[in-house]
Design a protein around this ligand. Structure first.
Ligand SMILES: *Cc1c(COP(=O)(O)O)cnc(C)c1O
Length: 404
């Protein structure tokens, strides 16, 4: 068993050996520019790109003509939002998204706001799911885009995608989803779900970093995007720049593998995730699951360990590579904006840990992780006067603190 144990698959994943093997020749022997039309080197590279385009499309039920390659989901998200905003500015200036999107959406939305677009954030339930009836009330004849993440990267909650897709269709609004965490983990079908634009990225599904795709619907409706990157007219003019052939081959292969193994892999991963949660619950009280109990990614576990400050928890279990519910800003520790939006109190948010299980996680690793978490929480609570008082039945809110 290699330490620290990697339980941070939401952040990134290693390249699958099968994917790596497929990519290897494209670094050295098959090095052509996919845009070189005059010789064999170019044709071979182009064929590889088109093969990968089909592999990506197949995973999400799209046609290969609807896939645009980009440098990351950050770029895909930027292209979706900015591309629609610019192209449809005459129709309206209203965009609706959620408060718990990835920063690649939120920061892009803020940038558009400065340019005069109106951004609204749809209310969520306490699990982080979009309340579709509220969304319906917010759509106006000025709304040009709804962008809702498929599954949240912190708490794993999955949105009611089909309902949102249906609503957007009825109201004639373009529907974009950041599906980075969902693709390869749960079945995704852009037609069944009424999705018009979809972002995905290779490095969250055992492909390489720095390569991704944006799905752009071609019929019912045909979505048009203004380009952000100009020069050469690659990718139907939507994203110029010499294609990252090696990376694209890796992304394609990663999608092919994901589609093939998902039915066997996901129940296994879910069982490991459930095993970890069951062990934690069996040994510890005052632990709270964040996100939806069932409508959640099979690989995600996000837990608040009351009375255990997240940073101390992380320090106490350095043998585990996990994420805490706090983000270090320059000077202070900010609780996660996602947990805050779900109504998790600041104190509890600071005690939260995100575990994410992946393709290479073993039962042995899960058992080790469970032991480590339980021991660390018990140790911290033994040192915590607050936990002791709470156990003695003292209402902490009624305590008058002296000193500072
Ligand atoms: C990781 C992630 C991104 C960013 O993807 P990159 O390819 O790293 O730019 C966007 N959205 C979500 C939900 C993510 O988890």
């Amino acid at each position: 068993m290699k330490l620290p144990i990697y339980l941070d698959y939401h952040a990134t994943s290693p390249v699958d050996p099968e994917v790596f093997k497929t990519m290897t020749p494209y670094f050295t022997e098959i090095f052509g520019n996919a845009a070189s039309r005059n010789h064999e080197y170019g044709w071979t590279a182009e064929a590889a790109v088109e093969f990968a385009r089909k592999q990506v499309a197949d995973l999400i039920g799209a046609s290969e003509k609807e896939i645009i390659f980009t440098s990351g989901a950050t770029e895909s998200n930027n292209l979706a939002l900015q591309g629609v905003a610019e192209m449809y500015a005459e129709k309206g200036n209203h965009i609706i998204t959620t408060p718990i999107e990835h920063k690649a959406i939120l920061d892009t939305a803020h940038a558009l706001e400065k340019k005069g677009f109106k951004i609204d954030y749809v209310p969520l339930d306490s699990y982080g799911r979009v309340i579709v009836a509220e969304l319906a009330k917010m759509i106006t004849d000025k709304t040009i885009l709804v962008s809702v993440m498929f599954a949240n990267n912190e708490v794993g909650t999955i949105n009611p995608m089909a309902e949102i897709g249906k609503l957007c269709k009825e109201r004639g609004v373009i529907f974009h989803t950041d599906a980075v965490q969902a693709v390869g983990k749960v079945p995704v079908d852009v037609n069944a779900l009424g999705i018009d634009l979809l972002s995905l990225t290779a490095h969250k599904i055992y492909g390489p970093k720095g390569v991704a795709a944006l799905y752009v619907r071609r019929k019912n409706p045909r979505v048009r995007l203004s380009a952000m990157m100009h020069g050469g007219g690659h990718e139907k003019g939507m994203r110029s720049g010499t294609l990252n052939v090696t990376g694209i081959v890796g992304l394609g292969k990663a999608c092919e593998v994901a589609g093939r193994v998902m039915p066997i892999e996901m129940p296994k991963i879910k069982a490991l995730r459930d095993r970890l949660w069951q062990k934690i619950q069996a040994e510890l009280d005052e632990v709270f699951l964040n996100g939806h109990p069932t409508e959640r990614l099979p690989n995600n576990l996000n837990v608040s360990f009351a009375y255990c400050e997240g940073e101390s928890l992380m320090m106490g279990m350095k043998e585990l590579a996990v994420s805490s519910g706090s983000a270090c800003t320059s000077a202070s520790l900010e609780p996660s904006y996602v947990l805050k939006a779900l109504g998790v109190g600041e104190d509890l948010a600071h005690t939260s840990i995100r575990f994410s299980v992946g393709r290479f996680t073993t039962e042995e690793e899960i058992d080790f992780a469970a032991k480590k978490v339980i021991a660390t929480v018990k140790k911290l609570r033994d040192l915590s006067p607050l936990y002791e008082m709470a156990k003695e039945g003292i209402d902490l809110k009624s305590v008058v603190w002296t000193g500072h």
